[in-house]
Write a protein that binds this ligand. Sequence first.
Ligand SMILES: *Cc1c(COP(=O)(O)O)cnc(C)c1O
Length: 394
Amino acid sequence: MLESTLTDLECTRCGKLYDTEQIQTHCPCGGPLYPRYDLEAAASAWNQGKGLAGRPQGFWRYADLLPVRDPENRLNLGEGGTPLLRAQRTAERVGVSRLLVKDEGLNPTGSFKARGLCAAVSKAKELGVTELAIPTAGNAGGAMAAYAARGGMSATVYMPSDTCVEFIDECRGLGAEVILVEGLITDAGAAMVKDGKERDFFTIATLKEPYRVEGKKTLGLELAEQLDWQLPDAIIYPTGGGTGLLGMWKAFAELEAMGCIGSHRPRMISVQTEGCAPIVRAFHAGEEYAEMWDNAETLASGLRVPAAFADREILMVLRESDGDAIAVSDAELLEATYQVGADEGIYTAPESGATIAAVRKLVEEGRLDPSGTIVSFFTGSAYKYVSGMKQGVV
Ligand SMILES: *Cc1c(COP(=O)(O)O)cnc(C)c1O
């Protein structure tokens, strides 16, 4: 049985350490808390990757680098272990030689949110939590509802009232209480905080809770393993709250410390939409933090995040990796989404289409080397966007 090598929680901004046996949120200084591990112990078990051979497939294959100690608390709905697919027709269409897509739509509840919520809900269960709440633009709510149900816990989901019906029905179908809030995910979050003063639930908002990022870290572990420990030249990531981007970056640091990879890092490239691009704007303005985006609007609901709690950390990763940030329009991302479906047989979420529209633009503008290996994250399936995508078709 794989043992978690979790040792501490550390504030990413001030370095203060926190106890992992207590329920934690974030540091009073405003920094997210990152779990730390005994990487020496993990390194000897991994043996530069060769030690993974006999392990079960999927998410919990990496249990020694995940925070949940008791295997009984490792909730499992078949998350992770998603395919990394060559997308040759799409590559030719956008003018690059080697494009791989990580198809996260195959996760439970149809998006990569399953990874973050699997880790966070499992750890909350381990710490004795029985009631959970989350603010969501859509997919995170469904994923939390699923894992809460799996763990025998209650779930309350706060969503913008104009969220597409499929997301709302999914949460209800998974036993969650859904509270619809006028406005955006940030307003949903504010309503949750207000209700939380009277209700005894634990809230799992992006990076205000320490373990969602750990689940997303498995994106990076899995990608590295699938590429035989040779990281790609660029990673194209549709960015909302940024957990996936930060999780992957953390994965690469841990893998290097464990001797599985060297110091080469992919260029990390954030994609947002023209209707909500706070990170893109801050990146190009050279800002340390991203200002809130007014009147955010896009049918790619996972990208309708006007303010990211970990904006500073996201911007740091983009800069450290010599990365980039780019916005595409809803018309561009929708066209790319349908084109990918026809070219590759992947019925993928509009956020995924956004990454393809972005690659095309970056290559056209000379901002991305078309001869390298490019990995694009297809973060969800299209099934929950049917009514939204219909409205978007003009
Ligand atoms: C949440 C979400 C995103 C954005 O992910 P972050 O980790 O919050 O940046 C992208 N695509 C889909 C489908 C999502 O649900």
